[in-house]
Design a protein. Structure first.
Length: 278
């Protein structure tokens, strides 16, 4: 009886941490942010240590942020950027997951193709942005191409690493039940590599949004990056900083959405296992 109780005690799930700790750290973070904003406001508005033309106070930035939310031009630029980002990410996910699964599962492709993928991944792709703009023009095509180029490689490499880690017993079990060929990849390998693919998609989304803004900033006729460039050239620093804050919010909301999807689609997997192997 004692041994049984001990084994059940060992197998029992670890107790969850109380939410009081989480709220304590949240309040600490909010306090730090409030302190930074207060020091910023004091240095610019009260002590005049920095000219407002170069660094507007938080109150002016907040007013510009609210003005953006009621500006129709901002929402047109938002729709333009999000459309390009979505198309580029969908293409990157389809290509990245397909290529990653093929290279990761095939020893021949892993030996011949994987080194070139790592070489391309290490190439500073941002330097290719002017070339994309010259070849594809100032419209949507160059922005979608930049999003795709920056997002696809993290997805490929993460999926490839996930396919390599698929345990042979899963594959053997699938073959016992008559699953072979493409069906084996769809029903066995893809679900096993899903956490890795979603982690790559999360990284690719962040890099893809950077590519979208960069393309609009370097040569664009619309989008959030173009609005940021125009505000900076007009020396409207309050609007420029407000645009940066908008971009930070969009990027973090995108990453949070993908993180929620990863927990819903692969709740059995621990993020630390992925970080430790990739």
């Amino acid at each position: 009886m004692t041994a049984t109780v001990s084994i059940e005690a060992l197998n029992a799930p670890a107790p969850r941490r109380p939410r009081a700790g989480l709220s304590r750290w949240t309040w600490l973070l909010l306090g730090v942010i409030a302190a930074i904003l207060l020091i910023w406001e004091a240095a610019v508005s009260w002590l005049h240590l920095v000219p407002e033309a170069f660094l507007p106070p938080p109150t002016a930035v907040f007013a510009a942020f609210l003005q953006l939310l009621v500006d129709p031009e901002f929402w047109q630029a938002f729709a333009f950027s999000m459309q390009n980002l979505l198309i580029g990410l969908v293409l990157a996910v389809v290509v990245g997951v397909t290529v990653g699964l093929a290279v990761g599962w095939s020893p021949v492709l892993r030996f011949t193709v994987a080194p070139f993928l790592w070489l391309l991944y290490s190439t500073p792709k941002v330097a290719l942005a002017p070339l994309f703009i010259l070849v594809l023009g100032l419209g949507n095509e160059s922005k979608i191409a930049l999003v795709f180029l920056l997002a696809v490689f993290p997805i490929i490499l993460n999926t490839m690493e996930g396919a390599v880690t698929v345990h042979a017993s899963l594959v053997s079990a699938g073959r016992v039940y008559g699953v072979n060929g493409v069906a084996l990849g769809w029903k066995v390998i893809l679900p096993a590599t899903l956490p890795y693919s979603l982690a790559g998609i999360q990284r690719g989304a962040a890099l893809g949004f950077t590519g979208e803004v960069l393309g609009e900033f370097l040569g664009g006729t619309g989008g959030l990056g173009h609005m940021l460039e125009f505000a900076a050239y007009q020396f409207q620093m309050d609007e420029a900083i407000a645009m940066v804050i908008v971009m930070v919010i969009i990027a973090n909301l995108t990453l949070a959405l993908i993180a929620v999807l990863r927990k819903r689609l692969a709740p059995w997997y621990d993020d630390r296992q992925i970080m430790g192997r990739t």
